[in-house]
Write a protein of this length. Structure first.
Length: 654
């Protein structure tokens, strides 16, 4: 009965939007479909692929760029929802963190340490777990995003360790784009409440923007059959809650940019992870902050010099209800600096030199309860990344890119990573990219140094790095005035993949270099711009397996389908839909998680004009009971994913 009421309420809200849209009331508004064209989508710049602005067809990588208009039309409420629509990406949520898989690599509980997430070019990773904030711990409001740049493949030649499978850059709106104040209030299922505000102004050489968001949710009531014998009958009620907030500001004056961000997230954990008491209040808290200052100046007429310095802080706290409540905590702080020279040596030759140094002056971990301190240690380290890249254009129809990076890690091995690309432009509508790259990941401090005598989890100081080699062929072609296609085929080889392992007699656990993995895949994406509609469709086929045994890698779906469509009613009401399908995935326990599928719908309109918009978003419309593989810290082999959620919102700007 409650589900029927929710469906009726959602349909009623959409009906209200239709009834109130300006065509009915005589108001006027603009819709992004009136502004966007295929030309404008293909002309959106990105910077994550080369640390400089370029078009997608110029980038020496397989890339996807999602614009802020597309993101707003779909009503996305988190970066996770945005990336769920990107080809080749798969997700798994353990009801605490969400893990992103790219091209067959999605290890349970890896804290997203094989991809790199940036905000306006600043890396959102910390120094103890190596975790990138792709999991909701930085709850940026997608309405404040100018674009999301996704660069597939290893980025170690530019960014060093951890940028193995992809680089994601979130570009926020500047003061000129905001042009005043705006805000949004949303409410919805599971006690969700969401408030965001932003302000920006551009005046001559000065551009200023600031924004903030607060989000809370009571979470879903979940049932875990593995805990049926518990006092709660396996039902976790009131334990899936979340409280998060984020704020940031950016000031730009001529070539100087100052950027700051602070975020906090506290999350209830309903899964009784790490053998805690089921039904008790288990929670984790992740806090992050950074401030960065950068300066970019022309040096003569043929060169440009960029410099930046920054400070980052990360604080983690966790409470685990055993017979005696246990706590753990991490503080990870770093300072870093970078200098970058872009030099057009002569026509057709561009040389880029980059030097980055990081000092992680604090990377500590503490584990204790009321009776004893089990671990209290600090593992500071330093990183130096030196890279060079040469771009050569021997003719207007061909471009060659060759790069080399040298990374030195005070607590790990040195690494040299090459990168090469040949880009051919047979005609104005076609691009062919032949790509080769290598990546690596130094084991995190957590993977090498963590120990817990209460469960016999041991250190492994001999843990080696992961290394990746990739070769890819990409074809991009504009088939007609409104149709664009991209196809790629790739082969990835990962040496010495790191996973947690139980071993010995009696058993103990630690991280090990367990296997070499080969991933073969192909991807196809079509973008179609019709009168009054925009459609993106993609299909990815991937096979990830152990090179020695041929056994399929766990948590690696073989098939991924994505479809998003935007249309308008009378040019003023935007209706958008998204469909996703991920094939079955193997689990750590030897089972199979069934295929994941879902349909999301969103509608937005401005019934009263004056910069006020109303919207509704329904995720997992049919309330499909999706499951995803769990990590070793969970008793269940699979964990329930998000059910249906209905969110209503009012947005305003002036």
């Amino acid at each position: 009965m409650r589900s029927a009421r929710k469906r009726l309420l959602a349909v009623g809200w959409v009906g209200l939007l239709v009834a109130l849209h300006p065509a009915a009331l005589g108001g006027q508004t603009s819709d992004f479909l009136d502004r966007v064209s295929l030309d404008s989508l293909l002309a959106v710049p990105l910077s994550a692929a080369a640390k400089e602005r370029q078009l997608a067809r110029q980038a020496p990588a397989s890339v996807t760029v999602l614009t802020g208009d597309e993101i707003a039309s779909m009503g996305y409420q988190s970066l996770i929802e945005v990336l769920a629509a990107v080809r080749g990406f798969s997700l798994s949520d353990d009801r605490n963190y969400t893990y992103l898989g790219v091209r067959g690599l999605n290890r349970p509980s890896d804290y997203n340490n094989r991809l790199l997430v940036l905000v306006d070019g600043h890396r959102l990773s910390e120094g103890f777990y190596g975790a990138s904030a792709a999991d909701g711990t930085v709850a940026l409001d997608p309405r404040l995003i100018e674009r999301v740049e996704v660069v597939r493949g290893p980025g170690s030649a530019l960014y060093g360790s951890s940028a193995m499978s992809a680089v994601v850059n979130i570009v926020t709106k500047d003061g000129a784009a905001l042009d005043g104040a705006q805000g949004a209030i949303r409410a919805g299922s599971h006690g969700t409440a969401d408030l965001s505000v932003a302000w920006g102004r551009h005046a001559g050489p000065l551009d200023v923007s600031a924004w903030g968001r607060y989000l809370r949710s009571d979470g879903e009531t979940l049932r875990f059959p593995e805990f049926d014998t518990s006092a709660t009958g396996g039902v976790a009620q009131g334990l899936d809650w979340e409280r998060s907030g984020v704020g940031g500001a950016r000031v730009q004056y001529r070539g100087l940019t100052v950027l700051a961000l602070a975020a906090s997230r506290r999350k209830g954990v309903p899964t009784a992870s790490f053998e805690t008491a089921f039904g008790a209040d288990e929670w984790t808290r992740d806090d992050r902050a950074f401030v960065e200052a950068g300066l970019s100046q022309d040096v003569g007429t043929a060169a440009r010099l960029g410099m930046r310095v920054s400070w980052d802080g990360y604080w983690y706290r966790g409470e685990y209800p055993y017979e005696i409540v246990s706590f753990d905590a991490t503080d990870a702080h770093r300072v870093e600096g970078e200098a970058r020279l872009l030099w057009d040596v002569r026509p057709g030759h561009r040389l880029t030199l980059d030097a980055e140094v990081q000092r992680h002056y604090r990377a500590d971990y503490r584990l204790w309860d009321a009776d004893e301190v089990y671990m209290d240690a600090d593992f500071p380290f330093s990183v130096l990344i030196l890279s060079a890249q040469h771009e050569f254009t021997p003719a207007p129809w061909i471009r060659v890119v060759a790069g080399l990076s040298r990374s030195l890690h005070s607590d790990g091995p040195e690494a040299t990573t090459p990168r090469a690309a040949v880009l051919v432009y047979p005609d104005a509508a076609t691009t062919v990219k032949a790509l080769y790259g290598e990546g690596f990941r130094v084991p995190s401090v957590y993977e090498r140094r963590y120990q817990d005598p209460t469960v016999d989890w041991r250190v492994n100081p001999d843990l080696g790095p992961e290394r990746l080699r990739t070769a890819e062929l990409v074809l991009e072609r504009r088939l007609s005035g409104g149709l664009y296609a991209s196809a790629s085929a790739y082969a990835n080889v990962v040496h010495d993949l790191i996973d947690p392992v139980e071993q010995g007699d009696p058993t103990f656990s630690r991280f090990e270099n367990v296997q070499d993995v080969e991933v073969l895949g192909a991807e196809l994406e079509l973008t179609a711009r019709f009168p009054g509609a925009l459609v993106r469709a993609s299909y990815a086929r991937q096979r990830a397996e152990d090179r020695e045994t041929g056994q399929a890698l766990t948590n690696a779906p073989a098939h991924l389908l994505r479809l998003t469509a935007h249309t308008s009613v009378g040019g003023v009401l935007t209706i958008a839909g998204e469909g996703r399908y991920d094939g079955p995935r193997g689990t750590l326990g030897g089972g199979t998680a069934p295929a994941v599928a879902g349909v999301d719908l969103a509608a937005r309109t401005a019934p009263f004009g004056g910069g006020i918009r109303m919207g509704v978003r329904v995720t997992n419309l049919f309330n499909r009971a999706n499951l995803a593989p769990a990590g070793l810290e969970h008793l269940p082999d699979v964990l329930p994913q998000a059910g249906r959620r209905v969110t209503f919102g009012v947005e305003w700007s002036r």
